[in-house]
Design a protein around this ligand. Structure first.
Ligand code: CP
Length: 348
């Protein structure tokens, strides 16, 4: 018979939820996270963030470089009273000297939540499969859900007067990137009209379109997939992303010549969209490739609000996924252990 666990942690996998894909959540659950983001951003403005992650740790696994995701998670943990550990494959035995399964189970015994940025979605899915703490997808080859929580929140902050989220039309101009897929899923779930505008070869695959169209049936949203750049006309939000990413370096020249100049977001393209259209980009941006510096610095650009909202999102995600396991010890329990340990130490 297997020996009962001696763990001091809460290893109950019941009700355990991971944040791998926004599609695993209802619109109401995503709205709850957005509402929590609003409250935590207001608390941050007042320098009065409740210590809802006090004494907790987040293990951050990064197979790829990152500025925003790394800094926002680490800062969010600190602001909420907890701690973040940066773990690159150089530093830990991830899938090399130790199986992913064992790494996930060991980390689950020591930290309260994990976040992983990985090359392959299977890696983060396998981490979640064996974890007994929540796992957050910090970007994989086809999804970037934490980015999208920041993006939807930024849209809410800059929504034109009199409009609701479901009234918005979002045009993503460029490649079928992980940001594009996650944004397509979330926008259609919220009932928006989502357009992916790009060269035929790089348009969203059928699998993504099927998910988004299914969302539209439930939400009343709409999906347009087109090569026609004139489709930006009348859109509320223009979104750009890199034309190539890690692992696509060999395709760089072909990609750049296919996308540039037609799919570069310029002032002329923003003007075609309309005077109220805003510009968003997850960053990092390659100026003069997918977007001009003029647009990035222009009045209609909200890219740095969007970047700051990565921190807003990570605060909410850390709290949302760990709050049910948060047990506040009583004064009596704290005193009991303090006296017992101090009495022992005095005798040493
Ligand atoms: N947008 C984004 O994920 O940025 P980083 O690669 O810097 O984390």
């Amino acid at each position: 018979m297997k020996k009962p666990s001696s763990s001091a942690t809460n290893l109950n996998k019941e009700n355990l939820k991971h944040f791998l894909n926004t599609q695993d959540f209802t619109k109401k659950e995503l709205q709850d996270i957005l509402d929590l983001m609003k409250m935590l951003k207001e608390a941050r403005r007042d320098n009065a963030i409740p210590q809802l992650f006090k004494g907790k740790s987040v293990a951050m696994i990064f197979e790829q470089p990152s500025t925003r995701t790394r800094v926002s998670f680490e800062t969010a943990a600190t602001l909420l009273g907890g701690h973040a550990l940066f773990l690159s494959p150089r530093d830990i035995h991830l899938g090399a000297k130790e199986s992913l399964e064992d790494t996930s189970r060991v980390l689950s015994r020591m930290v309260d939540i994990m976040m992983a940025r990985v090359d392959d979605h299977k890696t983060v899915a396998d981490l979640a499969k064996y974890a007994s703490v929540p796992v957050i997808n910090g970007l994989c080859d086809w999804l970037h859900p934490t980015q999208i929580m920041a993006d939807i929140f930024t849209m809410m902050e800059h929504i034109p007067e009199g409009k609701k989220l479901e009234d918005l039309t979002v045009a993503f101009v460029g490649d079928a990137t992980n940001v594009n897929s996650s944004l397509m899923f979330a926008c259609t779930q919220f009932g928006m009209h989502y357009k992916h505008i790009g060269p035929e070869k790089y348009l969203a695959p059928k699998k993504w379109q099927d998910i988004a169209r299914d969302n539209c049936k439930k939400s009343g949203g709409k999906l347009t997939i087109t090569e026609d750049i004139n489709e930006v006309k009348g859109c509320d939000i223009i979104v750009a992303d890199s034309f190539y990413w890690f692992g696509q370096e060999a395709e760089k020249e072909e990609r750049l010549t296919t996308f540039i100049p037609k799919y570069v977001v310029t002032k002329e393209m923003m003007d075609l969209a309309g005077e109220n259209a805003i510009f968003m980009h997850c960053l990092p941006a390659n100026d003069q490739r997918e977007v001009t510096r003029e647009v990035m610095e222009g009045e209609r650009s909200v890219i740095f609000d969007e970047a700051e909202n990565r921190l807003t999102a990570q605060m909410a995600l850390l709290v949302y996924f760990t709050h049910q396991h948060h047990v506040e010890p009583s004064e009596e329990t704290i005193k009991y252990h303090e006296v017992k340990i101090n009495d022992f130490l005095k005798k040493l």
